[in-house]
Design a protein around this ligand. Structure first.
Ligand code: ADP
Ligand code: MG
Length: 393
């Protein structure tokens, strides 16, 4: 038997971004209290939490107070310092565990782990020097995508080497980056589509899987997600099975998002695994019986997992950077609020930066085509022609 945390308990969250805020919304609706720890006092989840800690993660005094305050801990961001997670885990249940985090925090360790379990990933190699870069290029070919092994998100810390003439620029980045930075080079997959699958796994190994989502990224940032994905039922089955197997191999407890490429030749390859709710799962708030955030609450509290029924086809569109102003002000703002089937979510971030995730809108409709058409229409209104050169180099 695993202990059950009943409503009224205080749940701790490491990280206070929009994922933490949406977790808090789900937890409070279910009668729980939430303590957020995020060093950024402006992090959106602080506004909705019962208790807030905004000192650096290295602060031992806060660490002691946090552990005394909460009865179980989860996270909304995988790059929480491993030492902190290990320390906290001595006293409180941490979902996902520090062992799982250790594997997933580092793209190299993650891909090595998946390969060792015979799970399919794009060909990859570590790159430590210019000499080795050339060896990797001759083995994997071009184009090649080079990523920092740690801390990247939304395409940050990634460089695409399309052709030989791009090599010198990356060589400079490689040689000037700190010796502590590890680099992974991956074969650039010419995919037909990107997919993602949310898998929830409890301490007793009970598992549930959400429908397969189809994602479109622009410059490494998620643009929109369509569910159900327009793939055959056998491909959907294969994607779900692969995702469940990956989480089982990890002995993961919590909610995980498996990002996949469907390659031109039909193969499914795992791109990466996030040990937390995911942007591509935001549609679950408006289109499923139980959202990804409620599942996270259920897992850490030891409650039975929720049903994952899709109530309606859905398309989620991210509001990036100043696109958010299109739904905040004037007639255009009114328009989205009067669009049937549109649910607007704004994260309340004070500072708008290019490409920053400021909110999202989910479009639901009886037919997938209707949701897709509404989302496309909305997107063509809010987006500006890309004026910002992305971080992907
Ligand atoms: P992040 O942590 O920033 O999400 P990802 O590895 O998922 O990092 O990369 C972001 C996006 O960049 C992916 O969703 C995909 O569109 C593209 N990408 C990343 N790696 C590859 C690859 N090996 N081949 C093709 N596209 C890739
Ligand atoms: Mg990703």
């Amino acid at each position: 038997m695993h202990p059950i945390l009943e409503p009224g308990a205080m749940l701790g969250v490491l990280g206070g971004g929009q994922l933490g805020a949406m977790f808090t919304g789900a937890a409070r609706r279910m009668g729980y209290r939430v303590a957020i720890w995020d060093p950024d006092p402006d992090a959106p989840a602080h506004r909705v939490a019962d208790q807030s800690f905004s000192t650096p993660f290295a602060d031992h005094d806060t660490r002691d107070r946090f552990v005394d305050t909460v009865q179980a801990i989860t996270l909304e961001w995988e790059n929480i310092p491993a030492e902190l997670c290990q320390w906290l885990e001595q006293y409180r249940t941490l979902r996902p565990s520090s062992a799982v985090l250790k594997i997933l925090q580092d793209r190299l360790t993650q891909k090595e782990f998946l390969s060792s379990c015979s799970l399919p990933v794009p060909d990859f190699a570590e790159v430590e020097s210019e000499h080795q870069l050339h060896q990797v290029i001759s083995r994997l070919g071009l184009p090649l995508i080079c990523k920092t092994a740690r801390s990247g998100y939304d395409g940050k810390g990634q460089w695409l080497i399309r052709q030989s003439s791009d090599i010198p620029q990356f060589e400079r980045i490689l040689t000037t980056s700190s010796s502590r930075v590890r680099w992974i080079a991956e074969q650039f997959v010419t995919f037909v589509r990107e997919l993602s699958v949310l898998v929830v796994r409890s301490a007793s190994g009970e598992t549930c899987v959400y429908p397969v989502v189809e994602n479109r990224h622009e410059q490494g940032i998620l643009r929109d997600s369509v569910v159900p994905a327009s793939i055959s039922s056998s491909d959907a089955k294969a994607a779900r099975e692969l995702s469940v197997r990956a989480v089982a191999e990890l002995h993961g407890i919590g909610i995980f998002c498996i990002e996949l490429f469907q390659a031109k030749d039909g193969r499914l390859l795992i791109n990466e695994i996030a040990p937390r709710p995911h942007n591509s799962g935001h549609y679950t708030l408006d289109a499923c019986t139980v959202s990804q955030f409620e599942q996270q609450v259920r897992v850490i509290c030891g409650l039975p997992l929720g049903e994952v029924r899709l109530l309606s086809p859905a398309v989620m569109v991210n509001l990036l950077g100043d696109e958010v102003t299109a739904v905040l002000s004037g007639e255009r703002g009114q328009e989205i609020f009067s669009t049937s089937g549109a649910s607007v979510h704004l994260y309340g971030k004070r500072v708008i930066r290019p490409g920053r995730k400021m909110g999202h809108v989910t479009f639901t409709a009886a037919e997938s085509e209707t949701a897709v058409a509404s989302a496309q229409q909305f997107l063509s209104r809010v987006r500006k022609p890309p004026s910002v050169i992305p971080s992907i180099g």
